[in-house]
Ligand binder design. Structure first.
Ligand code: PSU
Ligand code: MN
Length: 306
């Protein structure tokens, strides 16, 4: 077990990192706040097996009893999934207090990147990232995920950004902060539940080897930020844009009417969109996470050859 004062890396993950073998980090807010139980736990376990099938070691990340954990047991994943939104959603500003108190925390994209980097893991797969929310010009609701992408050298593989966010402003923010936005096999930013958003990415890249080469260049040059890879949901699981956009608009309007704000916003919207679509959005969400796990694992394999 590799240890420092705050971090526990599981024996399997520590051995893989030490031997230069491929490892893929996974977040835990998607488990506790992003999906309902029991689909959250089933998905998290299946994602780990997909990563193994594609040649890498999974490292699900969370804070348990005040310890930063890279690599969870199935029991720990079950615990977080059952506790759901009762677990603290932990962003960068929460890490110090949660650790000092010995508390639990579910890691967002931000904190998963931080802990992955501490553990020596370079690639991370998830569903969606936080971004600039619609109406941010007055609410100032901009996810800390964007700042983290600007400063922590981890590649994040996601399915683009959903239109609960202002996609145009999210891309502007990433541009200002020097974060490359890559489309995997596409020139267009995928919109999470659908393959197209109408917004262009910076570069199209078509293979895991090319993704790995680009990220290796970033690491070698010591550019301090990450890289955002946006991977379109497979056609067969993508949603009808009219249906999903209507559901999103309704959910956003409800959040506004109910005064939902801050860290509650994203979990509230995801849960409402699931209910409004009769569960269809959850099915798509699960499939796109599997798809991202596959790409991240294959890219991690290539990165180890670089
Ligand atoms: N998008 C999803 N599912 C999620 C999240 C985003 O489709 O579970 C989670 C991720 O953990 C992400 C966080 O880092 O929400 C962003 O929250 P906020 O918007 O409060 O920064
Ligand atoms: Mn926010």
């Amino acid at each position: 077990m590799s240890l420092n004062k705050y971090l526990d890396v599981s024996p399997e993950v520590a051995a893989a990192v030490a031997e230069g073998k491929p490892v893929v980090a996974l977040e835990s807010t998607i488990i506790s706040h992003g999906m309902p139980y029991p689909q959250n736990v089933e998905t998290a376990l299946k994602v780990e097996s997909i990563i193994r099938e594609n040649g890498a070691v999974p490292a699900t990340i969370a804070i348990l009893g005040g310890r930063l954990k890279a690599g969870l047991t199935a029991e720990e994943i079950e615990y977080l999934g059952k506790k759901g939104t009762a677990v603290h959603k932990a962003s960068r500003r929460d890490l110090a207090v949660l650790c000092a108190r010995g508390a639990d925390g579910a890691t967002t994209v931000t904190t998963t990147m931080i802990i992955a980097h501490m553990a020596g893991i370079q690639i991370f797969a998830t569903g969606g990232i936080g971004g600039v929310h619609r109406g941010a010009e007055t609410t100032m609701d901009i996810s800390a995920d964007l700042e983290e992408l600007a400063q922590t050298p981890v590649m994040v593989v996601c399915a683009g950004a959903k239109s609960i966010l202002d996609l145009g402003l999210t891309l502007e923010y990433l541009e200002t902060h020097g974060v490359p936005v890559i489309g995997y096999g596409t020139k267009e930013l995928p919109a999470f539940y659908t393959r197209k958003s109408g917004f262009a990415v910076d570069y199209e890249i078509d293979s895991p080897a090319e993704l790995a080469a680009a990220f290796r260049a970033s690491l070698d040059m010591g550019l301090k930020g990450g890289m955002l890879v946006t991977n379109p949901i497979p056609e067969e699981y993508s949603m009808d844009p009219a249906v999903i956009n209507k559901a999103i608009d309704e959910a956003v309007a409800e959040a506004k009417a109910q005064g939902i704000h801050g860290k509650e916003t994203t979990p509230f919207l995801l849960a409402r969109i699931k209910d409004i679509t009769g569960g269809d959005s959850l099915d798509s969400n699960i499939q796109l996470v599997f798809n991202n796990a596959r790409l991240a694992a294959r890219t991690a394999v290539e990165l180890c050859k670089e």
